[in-house]
Design a protein. Sequence first.
Length: 599
Amino acid sequence: MTRKPTVSAGAGGSVPLPGGPGASAALRAGGRRLLREAVRRFRVRMALLSVLTTIRVTAMLITPLMLARAVDAAHTQENLGAATAHLAITLSVALLADAGEDVLGAYCGSHITVWLRHRLLARVLALGPHGRRRFPTGDVLSRLTESASGPSAFPVLVVTAAAALATTAGAVTALAMIDWWLAAAFAAGVPPLAVALRLFVTRATDPFARYQVCQAAIATRLLDARQGIRTIHASGTAAAETRRILAPLPELRRAGEETWAVQGRAGRRLALLAPLTQVLVVGVAGMRLATGDVTPGQLVASASYAAMAVASASLFDTFVALLNCQVGAGRINEVLAAVPAVRPPARPVPFPDGPGRLRLRQVTVRIGDRAVLDRLDLDVPPGTTVAVVGASGTGKSLLVSTIGRLLDPDGGVVELDGVPVTDLPLPRLRHAVTYAFERPALLGATVHDTIAYARPDATRAEVRRAARAAAADGFVRALPDGYDTPLARAPFSGGELQRLGLARAALTGARIVVLDDATSSLDTATELRVTQALQRVLAGRTSLVVARRPATAARADLVAWLDAGRIRVLAPHAELWPDPGYRAVFATRPAAAPEAAGT
């Protein structure tokens, strides 16, 4: 049994390399569908491009006739001026149409690239956190840049291919009109040309696709290394990391060599067949000239038409480029065809009014074959702060992720004010439930932007008020430009990052606030100060806090003790603390993969 080759993408796993005719055919089919959609979307521009191409091809086909008339006029010294003028006009029309094709083709191609990139970005964002497992960051960047830019040449390539075929058909027709023996001579060379092109398309798709996947794997590993640069330097493993990043190079080389080998074989065949076909046509024309069946002008025209007819062999380069477009579009289509784990409801219900009551009924979440949350029930009274505690790996982050639909449970229902969250409009739900995470992302251009990320219309006073609630105002104002300091020039510690994330959550005005280990980098004194300030800002709102410290749980109204996939008890911290099992939850924090899966 032949194994499909893979290239490791980095810490996140491996990227399968497309192998075998099935994978190649599927990739081409997806690419064709997406390119057809592009043609429909930009049909007006494509139609204009086709008109210009038709004018150019027509002028090219007429040119040999005009040249033949000019030669015969020069031979007989009759109507030489008119024949020369007609030839000049025909050449000018062909030149202008060709220039128009270049301009309009570039314009149409750039719009296709923009359209593909917008769709790809929208789908990547719609796939959410779990999409990162299937499409690592480097792979997405490769598709966004190289794969999305390849199809920009598609409009020009399509009309070029159509023009070449039309030119060939017109040239063969013209040869037949001059003398049918000339058309028959050309027809004898067509089948070998068609077979050579077909073999190239069939054999080149797989190495083309593998080459792009290897590039994406290298990009993913490089991004991993860039994010972990401190660990690499501290471990003294720069040389080993270089080898890891470049490990896909042998497969990249093999794919490149296969591509060049296939392309070289096809090119050699076409380079031999095309001139032989042209020599055959011109030879037959010479024989017919000797018998008086064609004139000298027709012999010149026959040579020109023979060159045009075999120009279909130059379609090889066009086929190479079209195959590249098809593979690139196929890689884009793989992302577009991926189904988001969380999808908007088909018929959303009106968003309910209410104080922020949460209810989880029989909620089950599986990671692989393991039910991390197993028919969990939890009722959170409105306006209360509930600390979610449990040993690492018990699914605390998974639990709070179901509330704002960062993931949907495999079973059960999550309700907000009596309505299942799966029935609510996603944008409204995301504004009603806000999160602060352990490692908040800095998004935006400045510090002000990152705090106001979910509320871009917030005033400076509102942003500062939220920052003061998170004990962030002091260190932000100490920056060179305060709140207007660009994020690239504002190095933050882990605790400062968390306070910025807390300020962002405090600013939203959401009905439900979820703090997913959002104070773990703060010292105890700072956490107390931040928590007290946030309690004043978030008064009256329902809050869930993933707590890993006893002091954090003690400040909550209630504690939801998560154990064995269910809520073991919901009670105040003071009532639970005498239980040795409860105290043991805070004593050890072993790492566990399922917990990380929910963050």
